[in-house]
Ligand binder design. Structure first.
Ligand SMILES: Cc1cn([C@H]2C[C@H](O)[C@@H](COP(=O)(O)OP(=O)(O)O[C@H]3O[C@@H](C)C(=O)[C@@H](O)[C@H]3O)O2)c(=O)[nH]c1=O
Length: 182
């Protein structure tokens, strides 16, 4: 397993070792012990799985407020996404900055999204399936969002007219969002 740094110290890009043979491949997509040795040490309590039928579906930007904030470990098992995190820690020198990376069924990369970051993705091909571990349970009362195309963020999404949920169309701008990460 390789762990690559990103522009945010706490956000990690993880590449598993993939064993390919004539049948296909095998990989350990998660191993608590080796992740822990590499500094990725969380107690994941829930696995999520979403299917987006079309390319250009955008989900985000989402986060849960403290004390129900979630660390997320994201990967793609079918298709591809442009995965994005935004630093929403109020006292962070990189508050409001974003980072994006392609995760796909082919590169098998995983993105570790820590607490204090909003997260979203846009599908690049139809029938994209994303699965992710979280270290805190879903809590609708703590569920919040930021508008995907907030001009103050300047995220360079690969689509200009994405398909959004009704909820995601109505999120506030970062400057108006409820945030309780220090
Ligand atoms: C996230 C979530 C949703 N749900 C329900 C609520 C709702 O009825 C339905 C669909 O929820 P959403 O529209 O919020 O699903 P979605 O837009 O896919 O939400 C996800 O987006 C990505 C970007 C993330 O980072 C995730 O943490 C999560 O917020 O599933 C759960 O039961 N458990 C969960 O953990």
């Amino acid at each position: 397993m390789k762990i690559y740094p990103t522009k945010f110290e706490e956000v990690k890009l993880i590449e598993p070792v993939v064993f390919e043979d004539s049948r296909g491949f095998f990989m350990e997509s998660y191993n608590e012990q080796s992740f822990k040795i590499s500094g990725v040490n969380y107690s994941f309590v829930q696995d999520n799985h979403s299917l987006s039928c079309d390319a250009g579906v955008l989900r985000g930007l989402h986060y849960q407020l403290e004390p129900k904030a979630q660390t997320k470990l994201i990967r793609v098992i079918a298709g591809a996404i442009f995965d994005v995190v935004v630093d929403i820690r109020k006292s962070s020198p990189t508050f409001g900055q974003w980072y994006g990376v392609i995760l796909s069924e082919f590169n098998k990369r995983q993105l570790l999204v820590p607490k204090g970051f909003a997260h979203g993705f846009c599908t690049l091909v139809p029938n994209t399936q994303v699965i992710y571990k979280v270290d805190e349970y879903y809590s609708p009362e703590h569920d919040r969002g930021i508008l995907w195309n907030d001009p103050s963020l300047g995220i360079e999404w690969p689509v200009s007219n994405p398909r959004l949920s009704a909820k995601d169309e109505k999120h506030p701008l970062l400057r108006d969002a409820e945030i309780n990460f220090i």
